[in-house]
Design a protein around this ligand. Sequence first.
Ligand code: GLP
Length: 365
Amino acid sequence: MSLASLRLFTAFLSLLPTLVFASKEPTQAIGVQMERIQESEKFSTRMELRSYNSTQPVASMPTTSKKRRSNWRIPPKLNAKVSRHTINEQKVFITDKETGGELVSRWMVNLQKRRTTTGEGTTFGLATGSSPVLVYENLVKAYNNGDFTTENLNTINLDEYANLEAGHKETYKQFMKKNLFDDIKLPESQFHIFGSNPHSNDEEDEEIQRINELLKTYPRHLQLLGIGPNGHIGFNEPGKTLTVDTGARVVKLAIATCEANSRFFDNDINAVPTHARTLGIADILAADSIVILAWGEAKARAIQKAITGPVDSLLPASFLQRHKNVAWVIDKEAASILFGKGMRITRSMARMNLYLQKQIPQANQ
Ligand code: GLP
C-alpha cells in the first residue's frame, strides 16, 4: 500500500467514530469542520498526531535546570474526564470546570514540589476573574493537606484597576486575599500586585517601575490567565498599537470589558473603573509556561480565533501563539466553535481535525 493510500485509510478509520457518534448528520459534521477550518487563516504545519499517544509526554515545561521535564500530564484519576489536543503547537485540554480547577492546581503543586526538591524557589503569575477560582480553591485544599507550601513561593498578579480605592472589595488585591492568599497565609512580602489607586502620574510611573523590577527579580515559572470575551489577556485590550513587545502600563478599559466586569459592580457599568494597570504582552510571554482557562460559550469565538487565527493585535490572546509552552484548559462550551457545536470531542474527532487541517495549503509556504 502506498503512503498516500495508507494516510487516506488511517484518516478514514479515525473518521469512523465521529460519523457514528457526532450528533449532526455525518456529511454535515465534516462540512462544519471544513468550513470552520477554512475560516481560520493560518495553521501550523507542526500539528502533531503523535501527541495523541497517551504514553508520550505531551509537552515539557522549561525549568531553570537544564533538564526539561514533562509538565502537562493528566493524573490517572482525571484522565477519563479530560480530552487532550494539540493545535498550532498549543495544548488544548477540554474538561469541565471542576476537573480543570483540580488539574491546573495539581500542575502548580507538582511544579513547586519539583523546584523545592532542588532548593529552588517558585514564582506564579496569577490572574483574577471567575476563571481561576476553582484552581485557587484546590490550591487551598492542597495547602491544608500539607501538599502545597508557601515556603520560597512568590506570586505576581497580572493586573489591577487603576482608580479604585485601596481596600475596595473589588480590587484584585482583595480578590486574591479572599480567594487564596489569606487561606494559604501568604505573607504580604511574597505576593506582588499593582496598587489600585495612585494619586499622581509620578506615582503611576513608579508603580509600573516597581512591578518591572519584581518581574526581573522573580521570573515566573507558570503564568495563569483568563481571557475576556473580546480576547483580552490581563487588561491588554484589542487595539492596533498592541504588539508582542508591549510592556506593563496603564490602559483604558474597553467598553466590552466594562460591560463584562459590571457583574462585579451590581451590574452598574458606571461603577466599573475606567482604567487599569496590566502586565503587557511581552511580560506575559516571558513566563516559562502559560495556562489559560476559560469556561462558557461567551469565550468560544475569541478562543477559536486566538488558537487558529492569525496573530492579531485586535485579538490579544492570539499573541500566545508566539509562546512555546501554552496549555489551554477550557470546557466544551468554550471549545464549541473550535471543535464544532454539539460534537463529541474525542481523540478520533481531534485526529480527523488534524488530518483535514493538514490538507489545507499553508500561507507563505
Ligand atoms: C478581567 C481580568 C482578566 C480576566 C478576565 C476574564 O477583565 N482583567 O485578567 O482574565 O477578566 O474574567 P473571567 O474569568 O471572570 O471571565
